[in-house]
Design a protein around this ligand. Sequence first.
Ligand SMILES: [Fe+2]
Ligand SMILES: [Fe+2]
Length: 268
Amino acid sequence: MDENDKTIELINKLKDIPAMPNVIVKVLKLMHSESAGAPELAAVIKCDQALCTKILSLINSAYYGFGKQITSVNMAISLLGLQKTKNIIVTVAMSPLLSFQGAKGLWEHSINTAVGCEYVAEKYKLMNPDDAFVMGFMHDIGKVVLNLIDSERYQGFLTSALPPNLRIEDERAKFDTDHASTGSFLAVRWQLPEIIKDSIRYHHVPLKAKEYQGPSLVNIVDTIVQENFEEDWYDKELAKMINLQIEDVNSLRDEIFYRSKILFNELS
Ligand SMILES: [Fe+2]
Ligand SMILES: [Fe+2]
């Protein structure tokens, strides 16, 4: 039985496989249709009062820095653009799923990685920063599934101080699968776009991906934003391969944390 069969066997034993939040289903469907536009997106947002409030508070925050009071969802979308609005919706709507009991810091880590991927993608002109944001945000979604498989056994992993690339080996040894495989299963079931699927599946083995730019970016940022990060943790060869010349990793870390703190304060 290969790792993929093992992952499916474990997931099939679950009573409930997490569903993608409804508002994300609607938004992704809309973004892939010809009629995607600000009024259609506004209509989806307005059905969800909590989402409306979050979007307005975010757009008025220092993270976006528009410097004027924005009071309508339509105005927010026209200032942010469709892509950024979609990313905010994904971040807000995924929050309950990533905040399961014992998931110490998983939502925060997902936001740190999202903000880091967006910032690094833009700063070093690596790829579309909006896509990079979602890749970073979703990369560890498989941890939700491992937690459902055996939450007691998974607790230690959520607080582990090991570098991410070693932690995943530990998962494989104890679960016969890992969060990249379970995440990839969810990504297929949720019909996420190919680039997001691949960044979930390959973020710990980026060079196995056909398009390795995205998974490599996630791999590096994921490592850099670890709380107890040490400089020799991130793969400098990999960084070179995607033309990511990090001059000073500590100031890059500081900048990412500064940005995500603003976003995090508005979201929580
Ligand atoms: Fe991971
Ligand atoms: Fe991670």
